[in-house]
Structures are given as C-alpha cells and as structure tokens.
Design a protein around this ligand. Sequence first.
Ligand SMILES: NC(=O)c1ccc[n+]([C@@H]2O[C@H](COP(=O)([O-])OP(=O)(O)OC[C@H]3O[C@@H](n4cnc5c(N)ncnc54)[C@H](O)[C@@H]3O)[C@@H](O)[C@H]2O)c1
Length: 247
Amino acid sequence: MRFKDRVVLITGAGRGIGKVTAQRFAQEGAKVAICDINEEFARTTCEEINKQGGQAVYQVGDITKTEDVQKIVTNIINAFGTIHILVNNAGVVKDLLLKKMTEEDWDLVVDTCLKGAFLCSKYVSPYMVSQNYGKIINISSRAHLGNPGQANYSSAKAGIIGLTRALAKELGRYSINVNAVAPGLTETEMLRAHPKYEMIKERAAKETPLPRIGYPEDVANAIMFFASDEASYITGDVLHVTGGRFG
Ligand SMILES: NC(=O)c1ccc[n+]([C@@H]2O[C@H](COP(=O)([O-])OP(=O)(O)OC[C@H]3O[C@@H](n4cnc5c(N)ncnc54)[C@H](O)[C@@H]3O)[C@@H](O)[C@H]2O)c1
C-alpha cells in the first residue's frame, strides 16, 4: 500500500498504459482520478476499479482545451480534496511522412502529447505547491530520438523531456519531483490499431536486447517508481522502458 490516501490524476486512463497504471495505483491504496476524452473508456475503467474495491472517480474532457482541464481539476479537487500525483499520459499518433503530414496532423499530435501536459501541469501544480508536495510524471517515448514518419510525435515527445527538465527546476523548491518515462513499443490498443502491427511486433522482438515487446505493466512500474518516496531525490530525469532498444 505504497500510495495509501494519495490522490493520483492520470490522463488518458480510459485504456492502455493509463488504464493499467490507474489499476495498479488503486491496488496500492491510491484514490484514482481517471481522465479521458472518451466517456465510455473512462467510465469503464472507473467502474472496474471501484468493483475491485478501489477508489476511483472519472472526468471526461479534452486535455488540449484550457476550459476542460480547469473543469477536470476543479471536479477532482471537489471529490478528493487535493492532487498529489499527476501522470501526463494521454497521447495520440498520426504517422505520415513529412510531405503528406498536414498542419492538422501536426497540431493534433503536438497539442495532445505536449500542450496537454503543459495545461494539466499548470492547473494541478498550484495544489502541489500549496501542500509542498507533488509528483509529476510525463510520458515521453523512445520516439523522442527521432523516427521517420513521426515528425509530429517525435517532436512532441522530445518536447515533453524539455518540459520535464524546465518544470523540475521551477518546482523543486516546493518538493515537487518532475520526471519522464520513455516507453518503447508497448502492447496497447494504440499499437494494435497500427496497420503493420504484426510486422512491427516481430521486428521489435528481433531488435530488442530483451527480445520482446513491452507491456503496459512494464511502463506502470516505472511510473510508480517515480511517484514513490523511493524516488524522492530524483527529478528532471528520463527512465527508458524499452527493453534496451534505443535505435
Ligand atoms: N503504446 C506504445 O507503444 C507507446 C510507446 C511509447 C509511448 N507511448 C505513450 O504512452 C501514452 C499512452 O499510450 P497508449 O499506448 O496507452 O495509448 P492508447 O491510445 O491505448 O490510450 C490513450 C488514451 O488517451 C486518450 N486521449 C487521447 N486524446 C486525448 C485528449 N485530448 N484528452 C484526454 N484523453 C485523450 C484516449 O482516448 C485513450 O484512452 C501516450 O502518451 C503514448 O504516446 C506509447
């Protein structure tokens, strides 16, 4: 029960890495606030956690919109009193070569993966400052190293690391740790929806020193480490959960 009575807000927790992370936090005693743009995903995750004896609430909203983020944060404060841990997890991909990538493709991915983390951090951190305690964990990706067909996603995921380091320096004086987790290929709906999923999975197993694809649980373990008091003297750092694959 490492997180007994801690309040955790996880964006994009309706499915995938966010959902598994929400379930794991609940199993370790946290009060979990699930946020997702998809009402059905958010409600289902919340109901499953509460049925299993955990404590969860959900909020539906788009993290790229200031008014949604303000509403989400206010409602969670009303439900649970404060927020101790923020996991900026929601993300999308829209892979296209540069010549085919439109401004809309760029904005969708950069706004969701980067601006959303900025807005959530902006509106949650005042509560962390006032209690002189907080953990912000941003989800980057191995793609921050640069992938063809992912100019939007690679830029956003590199940007998340810049955001992490800037906020670590700004907020450290309030005992707020800000770190990033950079997963490699992880078996979630996002990946399974890819038209070349089987091929990607096979290649990953061949090219990864630990020869398999990652699971959401692998990423959740890293997130929970950063959220725990065991990581209290670590900030501005990036933990890669890639099975050793960097290229
Ligand atoms: N799966 C991978 O291989 C992989 C690898 C590296 C990094 N990541 C990152 O991990 C995070 C989670 O990825 P996943 O694979 O679980 O994805 P996923 O698509 O399975 O889940 C993402 C969730 O975010 C929600 N979401 C999307 N846009 C939103 C918005 N504007 N506001 C609120 N919620 C929104 C979706 O509805 C969905 O429930 C993302 O940031 C992703 O970039 C994933």
